[in-house]
Design a protein around this ligand. Structure first.
Ligand code: CDP
Length: 223
């Protein structure tokens, strides 16, 4: 089914590999543009959490689509950003039944009044007609540093052994996300790549806002 976006509604898709800074950018963009923000990764994380809590493997098909029928409290849990759930989310995200169960929810979030969504397949599958598509990347080392700082504070970003391990975990998850048959991680043909190694969060936001304004300026006015 086509994700009919209403004319004049601003939808910004922010995709990219793990820990590239999609979430920070999407949150900042949403607040600058006065739009709601949806972290779609959280939906896959909460689904994996429910499977594990029910004694099911996130690898298994059976029970996965049911686990994706999320309640608000499932998304508010404090234990969704732990390594077990990083791996579990990437495993449940391969299941066509899970992706189908989460698709309408993501579309309904922004279809009427717009929004900023970050994930892996927003510009390719969820909103192929998004107004603006950004594909956020950074080197494996930068991404590992950012993830360690996010989880454990500034000092952790300087621990070489931990950095190496984290970079390997991110690479394994990206490989799994890019190799899956349904909605793999890939840049949409019409996405703008934002390479963020040498840009801090404010600079990434400023560049993204320029891209949004350029794109809006190029659109026929919605009358
Ligand atoms: O924050 P980080 O980039 O590490 O991951 P996330 O955005 O929270 O996503 C966790 C996992 O959910 C990813 O590794 C993907 O397997 C899956 N995911 C997906 O398949 N499609 C999305 N739109 C968002 C996340």
């Amino acid at each position: 089914m086509s994700p009919a976006k209403r004319p004049g509604v601003l939808i910004v898709a922010v995709d990219g590999p793990a820990a590239a800074g999609k979430g920070t950018l999407a949150k900042n963009l949403a607040s600058s543009l006065g739009l709601p923000h949806l972290d779609t990764g959280l939906l896959y994380r909460a689904t994996a959490r429910r499977m594990l809590d029910a004694g099911l493997s996130p690898e298994q098909d059976d029970g996965a689509a049911e686990a994706a029928a999320l309640r608000p409290e499932d998304l508010a849990r404090p234990d969704l950003r732990v390594p077990e759930i990083d791996r579990g989310a990437s495993a449940v995200a391969r299941q066509p039944g899970v992706r189908a169960a989460l698709l309408e929810r993501q579309r309904a979030f922004a279809q009427a009044a717009g929004g900023v969504l970050d994930g892996r397949d927003i510009g390719t599958v969820v909103f192929p007609d998004a107004t603006v598509k950004l594909f956020v990347t950074a080197s494996p080392r930068t991404r590992a540093e950012r993830r360690l700082r996010q989880l454990h504070g500034d000092a952790a970003g300087a621990d070489e052994a931990l950095l190496e391990q984290t970079a390997q975990e991110l690479a394994a998850r990206d490989a799994q996300d890019a190799a899956r048959a349904v909605s793999p991680l890939r840049k949409a043909d019409d996405a703008v790549v934002l390479e963020t190694d040498r840009l801090d969060a404010d600079a990434v936001l400023a560049r993204a806002l320029e891209i949004v304004r350029e794109r809006e300026g190029a659109l026929p006015s919605a009358t």
